[in-house]
Design a protein around this ligand. Structure first.
Ligand SMILES: *Cc1c(COP(=O)(O)O)cnc(C)c1O
Length: 394
């Protein structure tokens, strides 16, 4: 398809393969294997001399379709669709790390990625160092001779800190490190880390890419060369995305841009409302001028994203009361849904962190994280307003 087409058009129209039966919507290819016309054709496809599907653990038209689109939207050469976001993180780590290696990790990352690093990588003789990646000098100082990977997220969970992708990309390149970046919170619509020097981008498609909380999935995207290495491990270990999930996600991408526009508009309005409310202790949103990295966020992101973090006066007790008084929002740790969701990180997603780790990651006992959905913003704000009043009572 024409290279000059824009993001929205690719997301809607890009189709990896020509339709077979003049169908307008791509069908689901629920098949475990594929057949060959001749023994010679089988030989050529197995030898990778000819393109073709062999077995759905290796590839399938639906995951090809999804990856082709995602690559176009992220600016990647190739990619692999995985059974979950964690499977994509796992593949990224285990393709490029060997026993004795070291990984340098941004202090604020997704909770299960933290467990993969501390509980699994450590068993395979791979050491790690956490560092606040806002400070480039500190990052450089922590690089060891055996450091192989620089790993980061931005906006980060749950404090919505913003890291300078361009500077981190340059540093990784200078030091010969693989730069792996989890772009789950921003999605390819808001930010394209590969254009800033990331080597591999990871997505949990479970969140905004699905957008309606239906599926678990992930993707890892990068240059054809790196993805080829990841593919060898993926084919052997089998963390494959199901054809049905890939089909749903390819449909989801068709509406990604309109959904993200609305998520971001609603989130900004909620953040502005909270900032004006005297019961708010603090509020964090990348596109609020009060955000410490506001200018950087404006530079590298198209809009501010769908998440807002904040704290009301009154600490943990007030936060719990507030959550219980909400009538509209769903209490769940999931995010990126059409429905607004709220979570209390200190007692749920980040409850396994030590008090010291919580402090370093900026997770206070009263912190709340909202993933702002696509309901009317007036209804969302009324829900918050009502819960703020009701949580004031002793
Ligand atoms: C949810 C999430 C993951 C893990 O994805 P799953 O699909 O749940 O395996 C990784 N990174 C971030 C930032 C996430 O929010």
């Amino acid at each position: 398809m024409d290279k000059t087409l824009r993001f929205e058009t690719h997301a809607v129209r890009r189709q990896a393969k020509k339709s077979l039966h003049k169908e307008h919507s791509v069908p689901v290819f629920e098949t475990s294997s594929f057949i060959f016309d001749t023994a010679e054709e089988a030989q050529a496809v197995f030898a990778e001399e000819r393109e073709g599907n062999i077995y759905t653990r290796y590839s399938n038209p639906n995951s090809d379709e999804l990856i082709d689109k995602l690559c176009k939207l992220e600016g990647a050469g190739d990619g692999i669709a995985t059974a979950s976001g964690m499977a994509a993180v796992f593949l990224g780590f285990f393709t490029f790390l060997r026993p004795g290696d070291h990984i340098l990790v941004s202090r604020n990352i997704f909770g299960t990625t933290h467990l993969l690093i501390t509980q699994v990588l450590s068993k395979w003789g791979i050491s790690h160092t956490y560092v606040g990646m806002e400070n480039l000098k500190e990052v450089e100082e922590k690089i060891l001779p055996m450091t192989k990977i620089l790993y980061a997220e931005s906006p980060a969970n749950p404090g919505l800190d913003i890291l300078d992708l361009g500077k981190l990309g340059k540093l990784a390149q200078k030091k010969g490190l693989y730069f792996l970046f989890d772009n789950c919170f921003a999605t390819p619509y808001l930010q394209n880390p590969l254009r800033y020097g990331a080597d591999l981008v990871i997505h949990s498609t479970t969140k905004f890419i699905d957008g309606q909380g239906r599926t678990i999935g992930g993707a890892i995207l990068g240059s054809a060369e790196y993805i080829n290495e990841v593919r060898q491990l993926a084919r052997i270990t089998g963390p494959t995305m199901s054809p049905h999930t890939a089909w749903l996600l390819s449909k989801s991408l068709e509406t990604l841009s309109v959904r993200m526009e609305k998520h971001c508009q609603n989130a900004l309005m909620l953040a502005q409302y909270l900032e004006k409310n005297p019961d708010t202790k603090w509020v964090r949103y990348p596109f609020l001028p009060s955000h410490p990295q506001f200018n950087l966020a404006r530079k590298q992101m198209k809009m501010g994203g769908g998440l807002v973090s904040f704290e009301l006066h009154g600490g943990s007790g007030r936060a719990m009361k507030f959550v219980n008084a909400l009538k509209l929002m769903s209490i769940t740790s999931n995010l990126g849904d059409t429905r607004t969701t709220i979570t209390h990180p200190a007692t749920t997603t980040h409850s396994k962190l030590t008090p010291e780790e919580k402090k370093e990651s900026g997770i206070t006992d009263g912190m709340l994280r909202v993933s702002v959905g696509l309901e009317s913003i007036d209804d969302i704000i009324e829900d918050v307003e009502h819960a703020i009043l009701h949580s004031r009572k002793p």
